[in-house]
Ligand binder design. Structure first.
Ligand SMILES: Cc1ncc(COP(=O)(O)O)c(C=O)c1O
Length: 397
């Protein structure tokens, strides 16, 4: 690609950029952590949506990848990834057809949490003459979190569902998956969850999952995989004996929320958006060329007040003393219009950002920002080493 070899100063903006040294470090350290504990690592690729990054994760020891959508799975399969975990409920004829086609060319595992879901999966797979690995999704969401969504509560009904999968002639019961979430992340009047709380949550997630796996075994249902763990908790979940697999996603890049929780430093954040100051309409305001089409708004300080986030991301200069891993003091991406980002300038250093200055912004929540771009520049230091298509972006189905 023609842009390979360009510097960050030369790229057209807004440009999505991955610092390869940092990403490779993040991938290697999670892989090593899991390897040391004999726990399988299956990264969730909804964070990066890039087959080339999935390959780096697989080369580092991942057993396969996790996806949220069939469309993401299809992109990964087309790119040669052969072991896919679709961490979602697959309901309806259109999706079942695609699932069967996928299962013909890859090893696929899916989730189920209802008798109807199991019936639909079973019929489709039986008719196709295949067998399918199915995990039961458990709802073990923290009562003070916001992660409660799909999943059967770990009780008698969940045992019946596991039994139904286990006894089905075309389905193999592959285990259980649960996701505890983070307590009080979205609470208005509670302190931010810190490392101690994340450790506690991760261990609790592991305990709830392994206890239910033991209950299944006691009921004569072998439970091969016991799966949990997102980025904030994955290491703590992996520490729990009996956990066999973890599915962190964001660890590959980290972001402003992880810095806010104290679990990453700025120099562990691999993803940023390079923007250009296009206007200085007021001494205390700069406008950059990225707005709501560039930055996601789901992790704004107003939504997660206890994380003490500063605007829509962490802002650094491109060069000089305030370049990453430093930050530009007093600069806050305070408001977004579609094409414009309004930066409040609260220090002399920030007010020095003249028209034409480039600013590098680490998003609070990286996954939805990646989803807004067609491609990403993988840089080593200042220079673009590779340009990757974000092939699994925008996959709604
Ligand atoms: C089931 C499941 N596992 C793992 C993850 C990965 O979470 P994170 O990106 O925080 O690592 C998610 C994220 O939404 C998820 O839904």
């Amino acid at each position: 690609m023609a842009e390979t070899g360009l510097t960050l100063q030369e790229l057209d903006t807004p440009a999505l950029v991955i610092d390869l040294d940092i990403m490779e470090r993040n991938i290697a350290s999670m892989a090593e952590y899991c390897r040391a504990r004999g726990v399988r690592l299956r990264p969730h690729i909804k964070t990066h949506k890039v087959p080339e990054i999935a390959r780096i994760q697989l080369a580092a020891g991942a057993v396969g990848v996790t996806v949220a959508k069939l469309g993401e799975a299809e992109v990964m399969a087309d790119a040669g990834v052969r072991d896919l975990f679709v961490a979602n409920q697959i309901i309806g004829e259109a999706k079942l057809k695609r699932l069967v086609a996928l299962a013909r060319r890859c090893t696929v595992t899916v989730l189920a949490d209802s008798a109807e879901g199991i019936r639909q999966l079973g019929e489709a797979v039986l008719a196709a003459g295949l067998r399918l690995d199915v995990c039961l999704e458990l709802n073990i969401a923290h009562p003070e979190g916001r992660e409660g969504r799909c999943g059967a509560p770990p009780g008698p009904e969940a045992i019946r569902l596991a039994q139904a999968i286990h006894e089905h002639p075309a389905l193999s019961f592959a285990g259980i998956l649960g996701f505890r979430g983070i307590p009080r992340l979205f609470s208005r009047d509670a302190p931010a969850p810190g490392m101690e709380e994340l450790r506690e949550t991760g261990r609790e997630e592991g305990r709830l999952l392994t206890e239910f796996a033991a209950l299944l075994e006691a009921n004569g249902i072998p439970c091969p995989q016991v799966i949990g763990g997102s980025t904030p908790t994955a290491c703590f979940v992996a520490d729990v004996p009996g956990i066999t697999e973890v599915h962190p996603g964001e660890y590959v890049f980290s972001g402003g929320t992880h810095v806010g929780m104290g679990m990453s430093s700025v120099d562990g954040c691999a993803l940023s958006v390079v923007t250009t100051v296009i206007s200085r309409p007021h001494p205390d305001r700069a406008v950059v060329d990225g707005g709501s089409k560039t930055f996601a708004g789901d992790m704004h300080p107003a939504l997660v007040p206890n994380l003490k986030l500063s605007g829509f991301g962490l802002i650094a200069a491109l060069n000089g003393p305030y370049a990453l891993p430093g930050l530009l003091p007093g600069a806050e991406l305070a408001a977004l219009n579609e094409e414009h980002g309004m930066i409040r300038l609260g220090s002399d250093a920030a007010r020095a950002a003249a028209v034409g200055t480039r600013l590098r912004i680490i998003p609070n929540h990286v996954c939805p920002v990646v989803n807004l771009f067609d491609r990403v520049y993988a840089v080593r230091g200042e220079r673009v080493e590779q340009v990757w298509t974000i092939a699994a972006r925008g996959k709604l189905t």
